[in-house]
Design a protein around this ligand. Structure first.
Ligand code: ATP
Ligand code: MG
Length: 479
């Protein structure tokens, strides 16, 4: 990989000019470190998070910098961590005093003492994240690279500065970070690190679910998340975090009949989906769409392998999984559940002669998420047979066109009953009762079947006929 080693333009930008000046006029020293330096060298879309490590008071530096940046927000100080944040335009500057850390076994929160720049670089997770640039007058702009991070960047390798077993055991979140960076940057994890992660995988249990999910989300937001999930699987992390996916692994054969490996299939679906959607939650849906297949798998001659009701079971598992991982149990979870639950519906429709009423029912049930659902189903096409691949995609093209047609006519996406319960009660002089539900259901069915359009007038007539069938008397005057 060719690195962008010239920092001159960046270092002469307004923020850095201010940093340079403030540091030159103070007793403290300052260095840019970590992600900012790494991403600059990789020429990745320039990030607006700048981490500054200070020898001396980081808080004082922050206060002085804030004064010199016109319009910068007041400094946020976190005394316990000795850190201070300054926000200016779209840039977040974070100042931290250089520190030395020592860890205990039970927690990833170390005991922290002030240290040298070298101590601070030693405690960094990867050599490529330990690169620092001096902002001090005597050597402004010099890269300080004690662990050959530059070479690792060039070669695309994730390596820990110190003994990997200690690094990962001290703070097991780093195992997730290693895999996340490997996926985001398409880097290789150094083999000593990989082995250390495999040995320390159990330590992930001391990390809070929220931090783990943060890394999972970052992996899911890369263009090819399968890389990260395969690394998690190989190192033994995945079975501790998402055992539901591990249960999808493997191929069984009975009487010469095999089913596909649903773990690798799932990862292929996720990668496919990522080409067409940036929606984190749809990506989660792709990841979980088949989890119900493990507990429902049965061999039933003469049919072969079946996964009866796996969508329903999968939707229930989705809730439990979100709960266990302390993920939001809000409309996002419901969306993922709905996608999992409905993930086979369009496939069945696409395989058969598509009737308008089947399309109407699909749109009615999927509501505002119909497009997401079809996008998911298209990603689900992983057949290696080119003829079939083309045919399946073409079927979904037809389904999409039909959806548009039905939508133009009947607007079912956000279906509201055209006749309300109150109107029905008034017209037949009814108290709340079973009949009202029956009439409403009959109207909805008639619309979905295409007997009547989704319009008030037609629905009103339908209401009258249905009322009559139930022996109700229609009161003309009430309308
Ligand atoms: P990104 O912002 O894309 O996640 P980053 O490298 O900037 O990448 P941050 O979490 O912002 O990651 O952390 C900033 C720097 O702090 C890192 O580059 C690394 O040097 C250090 N760091 C962060 N988390 C850890 C950790 N768990 N162990 C050791 N060092 C860490
Ligand atoms: Mg960062």
């Amino acid at each position: 990989m060719k690195l962008l080693k010239d920092f001159s333009k960046t270092l002469s930008s307004p923020v850095f000019k201010v940093l340079q000046e403030v540091i030159a006029n103070s007793d403290a020293k300052g260095f840019v470190i970590g992600g900012f330096v790494r991403d600059h060298l990789l020429n990745r879309s320039q990030k607006k998070d700048i981490d500054i490590v200070a020898l001396g008071s980081g808080i004082d530096l922050a206060l002085a910098v804030q004064k010199k940046l016109p319009g910068a927000k007041g400094v946020q100080i976190f005394k316990t961590y000795g850190t201070a944040m300054v926000q200016w335009e779209d840039i977040d500057l974070e100042f931290v005093g250089a520190r030395k850390e020592s860890y205990s076994k039970e927690s990833r929160n170390p005991e922290v003492k002030p240290g040298t720049l070298e101590d601070d670089q030693n405690r960094r997770d990867f050599t490529i994240n330990a690169l620092a640039i001096s902002l001090n007058p005597e050597d402004y702009g010099t890269l300080i690279d004690p662990f050959n991070g530059l070479k690792d960047l060039e070669q695309g390798i994730l390596r820990t500065p110190l003994d990997p077993d200690i690094t990962y055991s001290d703070d097991p979140l780093r195992m997730m970070r290693a895999i996340r960076f490997a996926t985001q940057l398409d880097f290789t994890i150094d083999s000593a690190s990989f082995d250390a992660i495999s040995r320390n995988a159990h330590r992930i249990d001391i990390i809070t679910k929220e931090r783990i999910v943060e890394e999972l989300n970052k992996i899911l937001m890369t263009p090819k998340p399968s890389k990260g999930f395969i690394l998690m699987e190989k190192t033994g992390l995945l079975k501790r975090i998402l055992p539901e996916l591990i249960d999808l692994k493997g191929v069984e054969e009975i009487e010469g009949q095999k089913h596909k490996d649903n773990f690798y299939h799932t990862l292929e679906v996720v990668d496919n989906l990522c080409k067409n959607s940036n929606d984190l939650w749809l990506r989660w849906a792709a990841l979980l769409h088949d989890i119900g297949k493990a507990p429902t798998k049965k061999f039933k001659p003469p049919v072969g392998w079946t996964f009866h009701n796996h969508e329903f079971v999968g939707a229930k598992m989705t809730y439990r999984l979100f709960k266990r991982l302390k993920m939001p149990l809000n409309e996002k979870m419901k969306f993922v559940q709905k996608m999992v639950f409905m993930s086979s519906r369009p496939i069945i429709i696409a395989e058969e002669q598509v009737t308008d009423s089947a399309i109407r029912r699909l749109v009615f049930d999927a509501g505002p998420f119909i497009d997401d659902l079809i996008t998911l189903c298209e990603a689900d096409i992983t057949t290696k047979n080119p003829e079939r691949f083309k045919r399946y995609h073409n079927n979904f093209k037809i389904v999409r066109e039909k959806i548009i047609g039905v939508e133009e006519k009947d607007h079912l996406r956000n279906f509201q009953p055209p006749i309300s319960g109150e109107v029905i009660m008034k017209c037949f002089n009814l108290k709340p009762s079973r009949e009202i539900g029956l009439i409403k259901e009959a109207i909805k069915e008639a619309i979905l079947e295409g007997e009547i359009p989704n319009e008030q007038k037609a629905a009103f007539e339908k209401m009258k006929t249905e009322g009559k069938k139930l022996g109700l008397i229609f009161h003309e005057k009430t309308i």
